[in-house]
Structure formats: C-alpha cells, structure tokens
Design a binder for this molecule. Sequence first.
Ligand SMILES: [Zn+2]
Length: 395
Amino acid sequence: MSKVIDDDRIKSVTFSNDEIARYSRHLIMPEVTLEGQKRLKAARVLCIGTGGLGSPIALYLAAAGIGKLGLVDFDIVDYSNLQRQILHGTKDVGRKKLNSARDRIKETNPNVQVELYDALFSAENAMQIVEPYDIVIDGTDNFPTRYISNDVCVFLKKPNIYGSIFRFDGQCTVFAPHLGGPCYRCLYPEPPPPGMVPSCAEGGVLGVLPGVIGVMQAIEAIKLIVGIGEPLIGRLVHFDALKMKFREFKIRKDPKCPVCSEHPTITELIDYEQFCGIPQALAEEEAELPVPEISVEELHARLQRKDRFVLLDVREPYEWDVARIEGAILIPLGDLASRMSELDTADEIVIHCKSGIRSAKALRELQRAGFSKLLNVDGGILAWSDRVDPTVPKY
Ligand SMILES: [Zn+2]
C-alpha cells in the first residue's frame, strides 16, 4: 500500500509516558504498534466542515492521536445543530463552530495540534489550505465545496475521503486517482441543477446517521495513515439506516474525466459557484414573475388590525405541530395544486413557510393559476419567531 506520509517525518516522532498510556490499546495491536502510532502522530489531516460529519471525524481522529488536525468552517453554532453535531454543546450556541470544536478536541486530547481556518472553503483559498496536509476529509453538504475539494485533491495528489448523508441514508468512499480508483468527477461530471437535490436543512437527517458515516471516514483516514487493510478506493459503501443494510458498489475511473484522466480539460481551480449554476438559478428566479413580499412586522400589524386576508401556511403538518402562527390555515406545498379550490382569487392571500423559499414557490404556483392578490412573508416563521413572537419555537 502506498504511503501517504514521509518516512522522515515519522522518524522524528517521540511520545511522553502519558501518551504511551493513552494510546496503549493501539500499541498492543500488531497491525498498529508504536510504528503505526508514530505515523498517526506524524499525520496532518484536514477536515472540511465541523458539522454533522466533521464532529465524529475530528473527535475520533483527535482521540486516536492524529498529530495535526486542520478544521475549516465559518459557521456559528445554532440550536438546530445540536441534534447531531456532537463537537458543539448547548453552552456553545452563538459561538463560532471552530472555537467550540477546538475546545472540545483539546479536552479529548491536548496533544493534538489544531489549526483553524475561519473561512468558506473556496477556489481562492483551497490550494493554500490543503497544501500542508496529507489527507483531506470532506464533511460538507454542498456541491461547490465537494467539487473544490475533489479538484484540489486531484491536483495536489492527496486522498479525499468523501461522505454524504441525507435523511436515513449515507455514503462513503475514498477518492484518490493517484492511488488508483476514480475521483468525484468520474462519478458526477456535472452537478445536479440547483434545487434538485434537497439539503439536510430541507429534507432532514437522522441525528445519529452522520455518526456512522463520519466514523467510517475517520477509519479510512487511519487505515491510509497507518498503511493497513484495504482502503475504500474504487468502492462506495451505501448505508440504509432504516433497513440497517450496507451495500457496496464498484466505482470506476472515467477515462474521459475532466480532472483525473490522462488528458484533463480542467487543470486549475475554476469558478465553482458558476459551475454549480448558483448565480444562473438566482438570476432565473428573479427574472420570473416578481414575488411581492411582506415583512413579519407588517404581517403582525395587519393581524392586530384584524385586516381581511387569508394567512396560508404551506409547510408540512409535522412542522405545523412544532410551531405555527395563530390564525393561519395549513395547505402543504405538495397539496396546493389539488386543494387550490379551497382558496378564493378574490381574497388577499399572505403565504408563509419556514424561511420564505417554499412560500415563494407556492406564490408562483398560485400566480400561474390566476391568483393576483398574493404576498410572501419574508423570512417565514423563523423571522416571526426572531422579530415578533419569541414564544414561537424555532426548529
Ligand atoms: Zn476523475
């Protein structure tokens, strides 16, 4: 198996007696021994994201004795993170994720050197951030970042350990064309159209699921570093939590891959937002019929004045059960077409959802059906909870 760490760096590694005790369960395994533990301490691993996947990845790698752990994130801890992002605790809500991650990792293992990159991982900074590391672990959930981490790892010849999660399903593989096997672009040459693949924020995710997939990613990192076992290169493992089934798929190098083939057409980082169609999608939405909006403050004033209008909530019934605005009626977005007869074109209809995205879709659907007196609640029930009625829970 090819080595991902220089022998020179391994030679200079030493351990204190405390560290020998700490890692004793590794040292007594013939597959690891002191030599393997030295490799772990010599290793530099970059984890992109400190969320659902990044949490178990960083915590277990720190506990296992990785020498240097780089973390990339720009986000702030939110209550909705705590169901799965075990690097962060209740007391960390409102703090930078990087800071709570560093504190938690240091508590687990003070011997780990933690390097923080407080930034959105982008074409501008990716090469510089990745360069000093041996392995990259992708713990993010958006397409531009996936393509950036793939391309930069292909260019710099670093293994890119991939994981993804959605609802009850997860996937894991190791992309490393320089060690054989395909890259992410061999599988997905083009990103899906924006909005086609729902995110965990829209579709939800079982809180424990990133634990399973993130731990698989951490195991693959350790195997590559120590140089044992069969790496998950050229194979993709799919996990279905509801059926409790793992399935393995062979994945192959695309001989025409734009980045990892013999004759690549992409040889440097590109504009990934553009590539993933994000600016076009926004422009197309704006070019469509304009969406008239109402602020939550104005909605509140109108409700207080008892103005005549229909307040339509287009979320799902289980969201309605968590939080609702008094006086609203519920027609989930997916049922709108079949239940449109319950609405009257003569009425003014104010539409809301969780954050304003689905309600804008509902508004367009109603516009196309001939409704004209429509308003979209900007920011949805989240803004209502923030700025009008904090007793309405945020979810
Ligand atoms: Zn490829």
